[in-house]
Design a protein around this ligand. Structure first.
Ligand SMILES: Cc1cc2nc3c(=O)[nH]c(=O)nc-3n(C[C@H](O)[C@H](O)[C@H](O)COP(=O)(O)OP(=O)(O)OC[C@H]3O[C@@H](n4cnc5c(N)ncnc54)[C@H](O)[C@@H]3O)c2cc1C
Ligand code: FES
Length: 271
């Protein structure tokens, strides 16, 4: 995983688009940030004019258009901060810190990158596809959501990948069930040499993927989306427990500073 340099920017709102149920793509203009962004990096956004919001809100960098100096975040409305963001209009300025954290890295001998994303966990992967498209690798995506209204980004991503397998829990589109079941079948069918997984999604999905990758002995990197406060290592509010401390004295890393990307087998996921 690679580290980065961080700065504070005044980014200009370019566009806000409703792309799925309660889900929005916010396009911002900030040329330096869009040039520096790597897949897995996140930004911390100061929510403007909002009483009761002390801390910035973290969002993965979803995609970039370097020539135009734009970058996108993809977010779901869950509370005060995200509700505030859907009221932003073109031309407004947002105070943003980034790019923060480390990023996904391809191992030298990787011949196929297998992306596993659940829900909004799809957010970092369009940039992943753009960043690694010139590498001579096959990319396969496993993407799971609850219902068809939650599906987003598939058309755009389809241009860059060999196959997208997708599931809805209610069977309203794609295969019915959990995406981890499809991924499990796939791992059973292929030679695992040269395969590397890249994962982001809700904790129950991460736990299942972790168990599978360990039992198959396949390399995997995960981007965690812990609750965060300061975003720069001061509050200790985003601790991730290391697997090597499972039995003994707990050892932790900070998702904001040491992550958000970790080797899957090195960390544990809490309930
Ligand atoms: C590194 C990182 C990258 C992220 N990337 C994205 C992204 O690309 N798109 C996106 O939609 N969200 C992303 N998140 C989560 C996002 O930061 C939160 O959804 C957002 O801060 C919520 O702000 P709010 O004020 O609207 O909600 P709040 O009022 O702060 O919270 C509303 C509810 O959501 C819960 N909540 C808040 N943050 C999280 C979280 N991180 N995980 C689970 N539950 C949470 C709270 O516990 C509460 O129940 C990311 C988080 C991290 C740490
Ligand atoms: S969010 Fe404060 S230390 Fe990570």
């Amino acid at each position: 995983m690679t580290k980065n340099i961080t700065n504070i920017y005044r980014a200009t709102v370019v566009n806000l688009e409703n792309v799925a149920l309660d889900t929005f793509k916010l396009t911002l203009h900030e040329p330096t940030l869009s040039t520096q962004a790597k897949p897995g990096h996140f930004v911390n956004i100061k929510i403007p004019d909002c009483d009761g919001i002390l801390w910035r809100r973290p969002f993965s960098i979803h995609n970039t258009e370097k020539q135009q100096g734009h970058f996108d975040i993809l977010f779901k409305i869950v509370g005060k901060g995200t509700n505030n963001l859907i009221g932003r209009t073109a031309g407004e300025k947002l105070d943003i810190i980034g790019p923060l954290g480390n990023s996904f890295t391809l191992d030298e001998n990787t011949s196929e990158a297998i992306i596993v994303a659940g829900g909004l966990g799809i957010a970092p992967f369009p940039l992943f596809l753009k960043h690694f498209e010139r590498h001579d690798i096959k990319i396969t995506i496993f993407y799971g959501v609850k219902t068809k209204e939650n599906i987003c980004c598939i058309k755009d991503m389809a241009e860059h990948v060999a196959t997208i397998f997708y599931t809805t829990e209610d069977g309203s589109e794609g295969d019915k069930g959990y995406v981890t079941d499809l991924m499990h079948n796939y791992l059973d069918r292929i030679d695992l040499t040269g395969r590397q997984l890249f994962v982001c999604g809700p904790t129950p999905m991460l736990k299942t993927v972790r168990a599978l990758t360990i039992s198959y002995g396949i390399r995997a990197q995960v981007s965690v989306e812990n609750l965060m406060a300061c975003g720069f290592g001061a509050c200790m509010g985003c601790a991730v427990r290391l697997a090597r401390s499972a039995e003994g004295e707990p050892e932790y890393r900070l998702a904001c500073k040491d992550g958000p990307v970790f080797n899957m087998d090195e960390i544990l996921f809490n309930d």
